[in-house]
Design a protein around this ligand. Structure first.
Ligand code: G3P
Ligand code: CA
Length: 249
């Protein structure tokens, strides 16, 4: 059964990477939450996708040059607009950029967590933040990155943390699988389009290498059912509620 990973929470329902988006992902029946982390100027872990506040908040400037207190003053609901053009329903509602410890404190015991390291500098703090947490001890945590040195650093610090290698679109999967295997990373996560019409050979290859293979970002219910039937480990989706229905859970 494919693992349903909610991409930045439930980003069609609430502003991405906010506690509200994470809460709605749980409500939608996701198996795991995916989120992005950056390191702040005072060494804290901000849960945000971009390297600056510009796109998703009412403030500007790089995460790396601001303290978490400064970042917390930004309205993380300011720019989210609903598809039906009903304005900005979360603006001024008190949504802030979460910290990773805040998410970990809240995370329900049954939920998995996929932490994507966006800045290599965040790796050490991530290892410290998850140490001893139930999501790690229960085997429901994975730390992933497009940046090889970030996941290498995670394994250098704590070999109990499962790590995955994210591939950029069109990046060849076979050499990535070989590299991940040689370096002890549990899985590879290509872009959905790179799986092709028939993902079975790749899934078989991953199995032969003893790796997991997932992909990002799958929003089409038919494709979800297809990947599930093929035995894919899991997929990242913007629509965990659609995924839940599509897989008949
Ligand atoms: O989980 C993979 C996916 O999140 C990677 O892309 O840009 O959404 O962080 P991005
Ligand atoms: Ca991500």
């Amino acid at each position: 059964m494919a693992v349903i990973v909610a991409h930045r929470g439930a980003p069609r329902r609430a502003p991405e990477n906010t506690m509200e988006a994470f809460r709605l992902a749980v409500e939608a029946g996701a198996d795991a939450i995916e989120l992005d982390v950056h390191l702040t100027a005072d060494g804290q872990l901000a849960v945000i996708h971009d390297e600056s506040l510009d796109r998703t908040t009412d403030r500007t400037g790089p995460i790396a040059s601001q303290t978490m207190d400064e970042i917390r003053q930004a309205d993380a609901g300011a720019t989210f607009a609903r598809d039906d053009d009903s304005g900005f329903p979360f603006a001024g509602q008190g949504l802030a950029v979460p910290t990773l410890p805040e998410v970990l404190d809240w995370l329900p015991e049954s939920m998995g967590l996929v932490i994507e390291i966006k800045a290599r500098a965040a790796a050490d703090a991530v290892v410290e933040a998850v140490a001893g947490h139930h999501v790690l001890t229960s085997g429901r945590l994975a730390v992933i990155s497009f940046d090889e040195s970030s996941i290498e650093r995670i394994r250098e610090l704590n070999r109990d943390i499962k790590t995955g290698y994210l591939l950029v679109p069109t990046q060849p999967i076979h050499p990535a699988m070989v590299w991940a295997t040689e370096h002890g990373h549990v899985g590879v996560f290509p872009w959905e389009g790179d799986l092709g019409m028939d993902p079975l050979p790749l899934i078989a290859e991953a199995s032969a290498f003893g790796r997991e293979i997932g992909c990002y970002v799958v929003n089409d219910p038919e494709q979800m059912r297809h990947l599930d039937a093929c035995g894919l480990w899991g997929f990242v989706t913007d629509v965990p509620d659609v995924a839940r229905d599509a897989l008949g859970r």
